[in-house]
Ligand binder design. Structure first.
Ligand code: DAH
Length: 335
């Protein structure tokens, strides 16, 4: 009899081990603890034992019954709390979740390209304040007070003498004040003008360039800007220097490139002219050298300033400048 108690116990536990779901556990439970179950029968048979054996065997059988009941209960509970795993299983046939990688904003990319081209030619990069004094933004750049050229730059005033810089040209003065020639520097940054339409936003980006040394001529300006345009666009892109006016350069020129869309035939992008304006430039006005204390007989130099948005618009055929700032992924993802 004792042997059969132990046998029943080990059988029951073995069966339970292989039980794969709660229903199987219930079936096993009935098989042992049900009305006709093995343990129930065992308990019943105790009365037929010799009286001196009944107590000990009864105790043992009852203990087994309790233990098994507890084991079945625990196993069922475990099934309840544990998932079967089916819902966690990986379905390898499903398409993977895409990993969305970030990328640089198109304007950052173009800005970096512009800076790269010039740094490879030996220019250093400098930056300066966006909130600027009237002195650096206008006065030192040869814009006298009440000069009509100030009207060209729709200025945001912080106070009478403080403005949001309207261009990166103030950095020419800030650089020359700190440095003696030779100067070879490009200056990227945000600029602000009270203007807003398809091709203007109140904030935009410029890159300013300045080179000062002995014997610098307009030919050097043409050479450097031609090398720049050929790298930024391509070698087939011709340039045209058109006389213009800026208070801080003399002579001054605006630079046009052959229309990247129609290659000069005339189209909507170039307003049928075949040419696109990309930057302002010129030979540094001697008045600036006097202001910063450079010897005007010894040094000459050239300067230029370009809009980053404008270059990006021409390069990619974008017709609305506001697209750069709407943060629409469908637009930005293309670059
Ligand atoms: N600062 C001018 C503007 O924002 C652009 C410019 C023109 C910069 C000629 C220059 C230059 O350095 O030489 O309209």
């Amino acid at each position: 009899m004792e042997k059969s108690i132990e046998q029943i116990q080990s059988e029951a536990l073995k069966e339970l081990e292989t039980a794969s779901d709660p229903d199987v556990v219930k079936t096993i439970s009935v098989k042992y603890l049900g009305r006709k179950g093995k343990i129930t029968q065992l308990l019943r048979s105790i009365s037929s034992l010799a009286p001196e054996k009944r107590a000990a065997t009864g105790q043992k059988a009852n203990a087994l019954k309790k233990a098994l009941e507890k084991t079945f209960e625990d196993t069922l509970k475990r099934f309840e709390t544990e998932t079967t795993g089916a819902e966690d299983r990986i379905d390898v046939s499903l398409p993977g979740r895409p990993v969305v990688a970030g990328s640089l904003h198109v304007l950052t990319q173009i800005n970096q390209q512009i800076c790269d081209i010039f740094t490879k030619m030996g220019f250093d990069v400098a930056e300066g304040p966006e909130v600027e004094t009237d002195y650096y933004n206008f006065e030192a750049l040869n814009f006298p007070k009440d000069h009509p050229a100030r009207d060209m730059q729709d200025t945001f005033f912080v106070s009478d003498n403080i403005v949001l810089r309207t261009h990166t040209s103030p950095l020419q003065i800030r650089t020359m004040e700190k440095q003696t020639p030779p100067v070879r520097i490009i200056m990227p940054g945000k600029v602000y003008r009270c203007d807003s339409d398809l091709t203007h936003t109140p904030m935009f980006h410029q890159v300013e360039g300045l080179l000062v040394d002995e014997n610098i001529s307009f030919g050097d300006l043409k050479g450097v800007l031609t090398a720049f345009v050929h790298q930024m666009f391509d070698e087939r892109t011709s340039l045209r220097f058109r006389p213009s006016f800026f208070p801080f350069t003399e002579p001054s020129a605006e630079v046009d490139i052959l229309c990247v869309m129609c290659r000069g035939d005339g189209c909507r992008v170039c307003s049928q002219t075949g040419w696109l304006e990309i930057l302002g430039s010129g030979m540094v006005h001697p008045a600036l050298f006097e202001t910063v204390g450079y010897d005007t007989r010894r040094y000459t130099g050239f300067a230029f300033g370009m809009g980053v948005e404008r270059i990006a618009m021409l390069k990619f055929g974008i017709d609305d400048i506001r697209k750069f700032f709407e943060n629409d992924h469908k637009f930005l993802r293309q670059f």
